[in-house]
Design a protein around this ligand. Structure first.
Ligand SMILES: NC(=O)C1=CN([C@@H]2O[C@H](COP(=O)(O)OP(=O)(O)OC[C@H]3O[C@@H](n4cnc5c(N)ncnc54)[C@H](OP(=O)(O)O)[C@@H]3O)[C@@H](O)[C@H]2O)C=CC1
Ligand SMILES: Cc1cn([C@H]2C[C@H](O)[C@@H](COP(=O)(O)OP(=O)(O)O[C@H]3O[C@@H](C)C(=O)[C@@H](O)[C@H]3O)O2)c(=O)[nH]c1=O
Length: 283
């Protein structure tokens, strides 16, 4: 089963590489951003001809949520046009696309657990362009799995866990938002779930939600990061209104995972247990 990973040098790309190595999967390629620039259709064409993938995993994205507010054009190019380019290549070469999207497609103004059929209503540029990417894929292709995930972290790349560990060692106290609720996701768990979907041989194409089990706030998440890493730092709960950011973030973005669990028989770890596993690798 030949697999091609795009956006391979990012956080999730690195986790896919690590899990593939651990699983002994060698039939997978991880081209660099130059070899696999998703904005270049000719380059994608050559890559698909060379690799002949049956599955393509798209991890490439513009993920700087605040910066995106002032950088709409490039953000949309990567998150919408890039996704569309990959879908077109998948259609042409008969590959199945696994694309990663986000809880930020939801506005999060209502404290309701969100299923795949709930209406999306993004409140920031990043979420909007990711939603446009989802639509572009479903307009072009039938054979796709879109996995919406949330609050991704791992030992690779930039993420909230690594930021907290750094700030916790630099400062005596920190303010962390207490009124945004969601579910953290260890990118290694997501990587394994992606391989499970490929391995299932299922053709139940469509949109799926995946995060770790359980619900928390950024404040409680930060407290757990410091507890599990034995970092001594005072964490002060702050309200969203007191912590000014360029982009608006959802107040409540907890996603229902029943569809992915029942369709593929995937078992999802509880967020704190996965966090512990990640912290052990980081300290
Ligand atoms: N991080 C998170 O908290 C969450 C992420 N997601 C989604 O998960 C997916 C993976 O995220 P994550 O691994 O954390 O993101 P990263 O930002 O770590 O990785 C994205 C990668 O895509 C690359 N990239 C950007 N533009 C292009 C391009 N034109 N061609 C090829 N590659 C490109 C980036 O390169 P460079 O760094 O050089 O720009 C980077 O290596 C994304 O789709 C994201 O939207 C969903 C929910 C939460
Ligand atoms: C660094 C820091 C952040 N925060 C808040 C700001 C924000 O509401 C929240 C998370 O901030 P970050 O900038 O780390 O994460 P952010 O970029 O908002 O994370 C999002 O990334 C995109 C790509 C997604 O798809 C989302 O699922 C989500 O993971 O924590 C604090 O309250 N205190 C702090 O010291």
């Amino acid at each position: 089963m030949k697999i091609l990973v795009l956006g391979a040098s990012g956080q999730l790309g690195n986790c896919l590489r690590k899990v593939a190595e651990e699983n002994g999967n060698q039939d997978i390629s991880f081209p660099s951003e130059q070899e696999g620039n998703i904005l270049d259709l000719n380059l994608l064409d050559l890559l698909f001809i060379k690799e002949k993938p049956e599955f393509v995993i798209n991890c490439a994205a513009y993920t700087a949520v605040d910066k995106a507010e002032d950088d709409i054009e490039i953000c949309r190019k990567v998150n919408r046009d890039g996704a569309e380019n990959i879908a077109k290549a998948c259609l042409l070469y008969d590959a199945t696309l696994i694309h990663v999207s986000t809880d930020f497609v939801f506005g999060g103004n209502v404290p309701k657990i969100l299923s795949e059929t709930d209406p999306a209503k993004p409140e920031n540029v990043y979420g909007l362009t990711k939603l446009e990417g989802e639509a572009a894929i479903s307009n072009v292709l039938e054979k796709y799995f879109i996995l919406r995930t949330s609050w991704l972290y791992s030992e690779y790349g930039n993420n909230f866990v690594k930021t907290m560990l750094r700030l916790g060692n630099e400062r005596e106290q920190l303010g962390v938002i207490v009124d945004q609720t969601g579910s953290p996701t260890y990118a290694v768990d997501l990587a394994q779930a992606i391989f499970d979907i490929i391995g299932s041989g299922s053709n139940a194409y469509g949109i799926y939600h995946y995060s770790n089990e359980g619900v928390t706030s950024w404040f409680d998440f930060a407290k757990s990061i410091f507890d599990l890493s034995n970092t001594i730092v005072k964490v002060n709960p702050v309200k969203t209104s007191e912590y000014v950011t360029r982009a608006v973030r959802p107040a409540y973005s907890v996603m229902d995972k029943n569809k992915i669990k029942s369709t593929f028989g995937i078992q999802i770890p509880y967020w704190r247990e996965s966090l512990e596993a990640c912290i052990k690798k980081l300290i």
